[in-house]
Ligand binder design. Structure first.
Ligand code: AHR
Length: 325
């Protein structure tokens, strides 16, 4: 009897040791292995782009792929992201993925993640920290290049014309706003015939985009171009123009960013004239980085994704149908 008990005890201890070993080390996810826990701090749900981005991350970090994703929606507030990261640290996640609201203000919380030994992958927008070792790597867009591409199109089509430009900005302090604004500023500096008649933050939302253009229309400012730092603000702008009896693409040329599905259809109808792509499908890219880390490899510190642009000359329904967002 005593011998049987001893055998059971030994078997039980062996089983516990095995379970504990499986529970401590993140490894290449396989069937039967512990799920790798990823904490993802997302900016919010302000745009179609953002929703496509969230979905891409959710699909990449599914349980079938060997992951448990903890998603936190910060509702566009940096302080909420900081709290979320602290919660991830307390929960002992294996990896933290951060899509940052703004570029600055991350040093303290990322030092805490570093002290806890948790790798941090930055996605989409860039961050500005004193020590680049505070994050493992970054993958996202070259927002300044996007701004330059949009400005080049304006130059190619209206270089010698008198432009009165309304500029709808995204969240102030985000890389997407900074880069796209810099692109326009550089073009304004080299065109005496282009005037910036209004500039204001529309927070990347449709409602704010509409509100700003309604304000501009109500104040009687004369304009013939809207440079909208994302598609959702452009949708709002189009609604405001329609309400005022103006035609987007006729009375006012709209240049936008993201190239999301609805916007591409609006290029076909002529309401948006030009759209610079910003690719939101980062899920597989971030997953590939985490899998590199699990294999003990060193991912590239910075990866810029390839992006394109669209106008009525290079777009068809068939092209739109093939795109994932
Ligand atoms: O950081 C990417 C930007 O954020 C997209 O252009 C915008 O739509 C989103 O909200």
């Amino acid at each position: 009897m005593r011998l049987k008990k001893a055998i059971y005890k030994a078997l039980l201890l062996g089983l516990c040791a095995l379970l504990c070993a499986c529970g401590t080390q993140p490894s290449q996810p396989e069937t039967g292995a512990r799920l790798v826990v990823v904490g993802f701090s997302q900016v919010g749900a302000e745009s179609d782009w953002r929703n496509a981005n969230t979905l891409s991350i959710q699909q990449a970090f599914s349980a079938e792929n060997g992951y448990r994703l903890i998603l936190d929606d910060a509702q566009n507030k940096q302080e909420r992201q900081i709290t979320a990261i602290r919660n991830f640290i307390n929960q002992g996640v294996d990896y933290i993925v951060l899509a940052p609201t703004t570029e600055r203000g991350w040093d303290t919380v990322l030092s805490e993640a570093k002290a806890a030994g948790i790798p941090v992958i930055i996605v989409d927008r860039m961050i500005e920290v004193a020590d680049a070792e505070l994050f493992t790597c970054w993958v996202g867009s070259d927002f300044r290049k996007e701004g330059d591409i949009a400005a080049e199109w304006l130059n190619a089509n209206f270089g010698d014309e008198e432009l009165n430009i309304v500029h709808l900005q995204g969240n102030i302090g985000s890389s997407a706003q900074i880069g796209r604004t810099e692109g326009l500023n550089a073009a304004l500096a080299s065109h005496e015939n282009w005037q910036l008649v209004f500039r204001g933050p529309g927070d990347f939302t449709q409602a704010k985009g509409q509100e700003l253009v309604e304000e501009v229309l109500a104040s009687g400012i004369d304009f013939n171009v809207i440079y909208s730092e994302n598609d959702n603000m452009a949708y709002g702008a189009i609604d405001a123009l329609k309400k005022a009896g103006l035609g987007a693409g006729k009375d006012v040329t709209i240049v936008s960013f993201d190239a999301s599905n609805t916007a591409l259809h609006l290029i076909l109808t002529g309401e948006i004239s030009y759209d610079v792509e910003c690719n939101p499908l980062h899920g597989p890219r971030v997953r590939a980085i985490i899998e590199q880390l699990m294999r003990g490899e060193t991912p590239n510190k910075y990866t810029y994704v390839e992006e394109t642009y669209f106008d009525k000359n290079n777009l068809t329904e068939a092209i739109i149908a093939k795109r994932g967002y």
